[in-house]
Design a binder for this molecule. Structure first.
Ligand SMILES: *[C@@H]1O[C@H](CO)[C@@H](O)[C@H](O)[C@H]1NC(C)=O
Ligand SMILES: *[C@@H]1O[C@H](CO)[C@@H](O)[C@H](O)[C@H]1NC(C)=O
Length: 593
């Protein structure tokens, strides 16, 4: 009886496995026969754009061109699709972006113009929240002026959507809120947008990856550091709320409040960043690369022809370091060239900093070198320029290593070109980037507090000789290339939001934001168009949203069962023990007798 049944089951299992195999093959075949050509797909899903609102206002306040490039690259795609884009930003940029209407808000004030403020941040150990208070202070002091400019531009340009850089740029989101228009944020650094306990940041005195930290460290970085941060930034939120009251903008309780239901783009990708779970509203769209880059100038081209092992050096346009560090850097370049570890250095060095170098360099072997010769480019192996076409240089085969401040844009360019990085982070997100780059195996890090000639030279040597940097560089390059296509997705999402804002009725708005239920929270109003991406937990309240009621009950149940079990065991043990004791006493009694 059992044998035939067993046979039958075996045959059934065989048929199942066969079907499974055939089905799998069929799927592989049909996927192979599908065409993923971009043209084909775009032809299929083209939607009618005639009635979509078309005006997009890009706003940026802090960070200059490195913060402007990501939103402007995305805007470029949108302009090609027929949208109108205007930009509000400080400074006078020669923008390489055609057809963007530019509203300038005063001169761009660089960090070198504000040395009395930034010296402390750039020179001291960077484990405080100090930079946030500086940029928040600047924002607050300009808030009313900026608000007025935004409102004036808005009345002229009539934006349908605000596309705001998220670096101390509250005014952009506030104006969108005031005009009841949707807004989208874009940033390079969103550690404070999402709370993820296992990812922190050196600016909080912690690490980007908390995986291997002790319990005490994890406790401090998950609980104490964020509380300290929010406590310290409360003052700026309070100050800002007073200014908001003047222009009729609702206050917020913290920095995230107004952005909570907004789409949030980040110019980053996992592999560089520590991977975390992202909610649907927060989307990694980086690395956002340009379609074209400035070509290498003839003089640099000539230099590179003669120097097959060149190191590119650039600390970006925002940060600077101490005169002592600049002297150490220059000494290590000279000695690395003398020792034939590299044969050339191209250094992007701001003219305004030239006088912070000493007039003479004394090398380790006692040789004295006049610095003026180097600064005037009379040294054949060190070439100093004020500004350089960084991407094309990194892409050049003779640039072998990149000494960088590890800013997001520079890091992305180095990863995209698979150039090993020697990081010298100075402030802001740079310490975290440097940690992440080192963890990806493409970089080594220097310390601005303890810069040493020998350390620099030995790290250059390692980056050039160890195979692991090349291998990891290739891996990260592939990831960067694949992910650099996501700027088109960002443009698609902006189009979708414009469409959705038009196809949302007032009653939908009210329903989603809970206004109809009587708990009016106007700050949620303008960004409720993306209800498809807003996770239900944000509407369910803390206890229900986190399922604390359900898991709490489960825990309670388990505790009750456990205690019952323990009680039972205790009873049984007690009975057994008293039984044994009884037997023992009887035994003793009989023995005595
Ligand atoms: C921007 O700078 C250029 C020269 O660099 C100057 O000719 C132009 O007038 C400036 N534009 C504004 C709006 O200041
Ligand atoms: C980078 O260099 C390679 C050749 O080394 C070239 O084919 C490619 O076009 C360059 N990329 C860019 C974006 O210029």
């Amino acid at each position: 009886m059992i044998r035939p049944l067993y046979r039958f089951l075996q045959i059934l299992l065989g048929i199942y496995l066969l079907c499974n195999d055939l089905f799998g093959r069929w799927i592989i075949l049909s996927v192979k026969s599908m065409n993923y050509g971009d043209e084909k797909i775009s032809k299929r899903i083209e939607f009618d754009r005639t009635n979509i609102p078309k005006n997009i206002l890009v706003g940026s306040y802090f960070g200059g061109i490195s913060h402007l490039r990501p939103p402007l690259e995305i805007s470029k795609i949108l302009i090609e699709r027929g949208y109108n884009v205007a930009l509000i930003a400080p400074g006078n940029f020669t923008l390489n972006y055609q057809n963007i209407k530019y509203f300038q808000i005063g001169e761009k004030v660089g960090t070198l113009d504000l040395r009395e403020i930034y010296d402390e941040v750039f020179k001291k150990d960077y484990t405080s929240y100090h930079t946030f208070s500086i940029t928040s202070d600047l924002m607050n002091s300009d808030y009313l002026k900026l608000f007025e400019i935004y409102m004036k531009v808005a009345s002229e340009f009539k934006p349908d959507l605000f596309f705001c850089d998220d670096g101390s740029n509250e005014v952009c989101f506030d104006v969108a809120w005031k005009l009841k228009k949707p807004s989208i944020a874009i940033c390079t650094w969103f550690i404070f947008r999402l709370y993820t306990p296992y990812r922190s940041d050196p600016s909080l005195g912690c690490h980007v990856n908390m995986e291997h930290e002790s319990f005490i460290e994890r406790f401090r970085c998950a609980i104490i550091a964020p509380i300290q941060y929010f406590y310290q930034t409360r003052k700026y939120t309070n100050d800002l709320n007073k200014l908001r009251a003047i222009v009729g903008v609702a206050p917020t309780s913290n920095y995230n409040d107004r952005l909570r239901d907004s789409l949030y783009f980040s110019d980053s990708f996992f592999g560089f960043d520590v991977p975390i779970h992202l909610p649907p509203l927060v989307q990694d769209v980086g690395p956002i690369m340009q379609d074209e880059y400035e070509p290498i100038t003839p003089d640099l081209s000539l230099f590179l022809e003669k120097h097959k092992k060149t190191m590119l050096v650039s600390l970006g346009t925002t940060v600077y370091t101490t005169p002592k560090n600049y002297a150490i850097l220059l000494q290590s370049f000279t000695e690395a060239i003398n020792r034939k570890i590299i044969d050339g250095v191209i250094w992007s060095f701001d003219q305004r900093l030239h006088n912070s170098l000493p007039s003479e360099l004394i090398l380790s072997d006692g040789t004295i070198i006049p610095v003026n010769e180097i600064l005037n480019n009379r040294n054949p192996n060190i070439y100093i320029v004020h500004y350089l076409p960084q991407f094309e240089l990194l892409n050049h085969t003779n640039v072998k290593v990149f000494l960088s401040h590890a800013g997001k844009a520079s890091s992305n360019e180095a990863l995209y070109t698979a150039t090993p990085i020697l990081s010298l982070p100075i402030a802001f997100d740079q310490m975290g980037n440097a940690e992440a780059l080192e963890a990806s195996g493409v970089s080594l890090t220097l310390s601005k507090q303890d810069l040493q000639v020998e350390d620099i030279i030995s790290k250059i040597e390692r980056l050039l000789s160890e195979d692991s940097f090349k291998l990891n560089g290739k891996r990260m390059q592939a990831l960067a290339m694949i992910n650099s296509k996501r700027k088109y997705r960002a443009a698609d999402m902006i189009e979708y939001l414009l469409l959705a804002s038009q196809l949302t009725s007032e009653s939908d708005d009210a329903l989603i934001s809970g206004i109809s239920k009587g708990n009016i929270n106007e700050s949620e109003f303008t960004n409720s168009h993306l209800r498809e991406l807003i996770t239900p937990d944000t509407r369910m309240g803390f206890i229900r949203g986190q399922y604390l009621d359900v898991f709490g009950s489960l825990l309670g149940g388990i505790l009750i069962i456990l205690s019952a079990a323990i009680l039972l065991v205790w009873f049984i043990v007690r009975i057994c023990v008293s039984f044994i004791m009884l037997r023992f006493r009887i035994l003793q009694k009989t023995k005595k007798e």
